[in-house]
Design a binder for this molecule. Structure first.
Ligand SMILES: Cc1cc2nc3c(=O)[nH]c(=O)nc-3n(C[C@H](O)[C@H](O)[C@H](O)COP(=O)(O)OP(=O)(O)OC[C@H]3O[C@@H](n4cnc5c(N)ncnc54)[C@H](O)[C@@H]3O)c2cc1C
Length: 239
């Protein structure tokens, strides 16, 4: 009898020990972490991983983080984490985790907030809500650069722009608190004019805090986006 070919166990629900291979300081509050995964499997842009920390006394904290990288980066993923001053998990990543450390991860998860490459997209992100949208941008640049994709990105100040060196003509920024010196582009919250200028290239992905997602979705509806073409992801407090 033929022997069965051994198949490596890969399942999104299983915890695995990932190794931090590099850390990049994106902004004063945000760092990107690259992880090598022993049970890596390809994700769809928009999906997230769960991260679990265990204290010496057994206390555990678990949070979700969107994947920033393209699934073409085989064997690894990038997570980008905003440091919340009074947070439990995000300051640990910023203040404690160094290259070579091992961290428990499982994923990828979510089947709704994903871009499958099937149609053009409008991406609307606030703060760290840009993370899964950048996975979509990065993947589209490497697979189908001719497909229309636009990012509207709302940040507080010039120093809060994550992935600043990667944002090109396909991104429109607005600064809600303090634009950088000499800035002649948009400032203030995303408005109908910005949405209208981006056209309605297909499906819309909106990601950010609860409040951001509410107001951006309302604007898309005002701009006559059909509700079924608007997908949202909220990075709200975990409670
Ligand atoms: C699907 C999904 C994907 C996510 N992806 C990312 C990501 O790519 N990058 C990222 O930085 N975060 C992401 N988040 C948020 C992340 O899961 C955590 O909620 C966040 O890092 C805070 O965790 P903490 O332990 O540091 O703070 P906590 O100890 O949970 O909270 C500390 C304080 O901050 C408040 N708070 C908690 N979360 C937020 C928040 N998101 N915004 C503002 N205040 C908050 C709490 O109410 C509390 O007062 C995602 C969340 C979800 C559900």
């Amino acid at each position: 009898m033929d022997r069965l070919t051994p198949v490596e166990q890969r399942a999104p629900g299983r915890w695995q020990l990932a190794t931090v291979t590099s850390i990049k300081q994106e902004t004063p509050r945000v760092k990107s972490f690259r992880f090598a995964l022993p049970m890596w499997m390809p994700h769809l842009p928009g999906q997230h991983y769960d991260v679990r920390l265990t204290a010496p006394d057994g206390y555990r904290a678990q949070r979700s983080y969107s994947i920033a990288s393209s699934p073409l980066d085989e064997g690894e993923i990038e997570l980008t984490i905003d440091r919340l001053a009074d947070g439990e998990v995000s300051p640990y990543f910023h203040d404690v985790v160094v290259e070579g450390d091992e961290v428990e991860l499982r994923g990828p998860f979510t089947s709704y907030f994903v871009w499958r490459g099937e149609e053009p997209a409008l991406l609307v992100g606030g703060g760290s809500g840009v993370v899964p949208l950048v996975s979509m941008l990065r993947h589209r640049r490497r697979t189908m650069p001719e497909l229309e994709m636009r990012l509207i990105y709302s940040v507080r100040t010039g120093e809060d722009v994550i992935y600043a060196d990667e944002l090109g003509d396909d991104a429109t920024l607005t600064f809600t608190r303090e634009p950088p010196p000499g800035w002649s582009g948009h400032s203030g919250r995303i408005d109908l004019e910005m949405i209208a200028a981006a056209g309605a290239p297909g499906i819309a992905f909106v990601c950010g805090s609860n409040g951001f997602v509410e107001s951006a979705s309302d604007l898309l509806l005002e701009a006559k986006y059909e509700p079924r073409r608007i997908r949202t992801e909220r990075f709200g407090p975990t409670g």
